[in-house]
Ligand binder design. Structure first.
Ligand code: HEC
Length: 121
């Protein structure tokens, strides 16, 4: 009986690990977070103070006019976007500015999307 429970538990843990590696979609997973948490500042209608517009995939990939691209495809943890969400850049504040930081799981998800090539998927 014990063995069966242990096996079931291991299977459950493996299942969760597997799920984490599944493909992240820009449109279904990343964009809704940006729309909800970032667009009130980073949009083309208001003069975005940082010159970083996040209303579309193209704008996100272009980055900001001073610091260049904020997404380095395949390099999630080295991307300014992820560093900004973690508050580890040498300039400016942690994003979303003046609000509660995103939870680790969400930051991890966006970082995984970048690691998977930052595609418009
Ligand atoms: C309340 C307004 C506000 C919100 C909300 C906000 N930002 Fe920002 N963001 C700024 C300002 C102002 C700057 C420029 C100063 C700085 O770097 O702190 C900036 C800078 C940035 C930069 C650096 C751009 C560069 O290369 O200089 C990134 C990346 C960024 N924001 C991402 C985000 C993301 C992702 C979100 C949503 C999770 C977000 N921001 C939410 C105001 C905001």
């Amino acid at each position: 009986m014990r063995t069966i429970i242990v096996i079931l538990l291991l299977a459950a843990v493996a299942g969760v690990a597997q799920e984490k590696k599944t493909k992240v979609s820009f449109k279904q997973d990343v964009l809704p977070v940006i729309t909800k948490k970032c667009l009130n500042c980073h949009n083309t209608e208001d003069e975005s103070p940082s010159n970083l517009y996040l209303d579309s995939y193209e704008e996100l990939m272009k980055g900001d006019s001073r610091h260049g691209p904020v997404v380095k495809p395949k390099k999630g943890e080295e991307s300014v976007l992820i560093m900004k969400l973690r508050g580890t850049t040498t300039f400016g504040k942690q994003m979303p500015r003046g609000k509660k930081p995103l939870d680790e799981e969400t930051i991890e998800m966006i970082s995984t999307w970048i690691d998977q090539g930052a595609k418009n998927n």
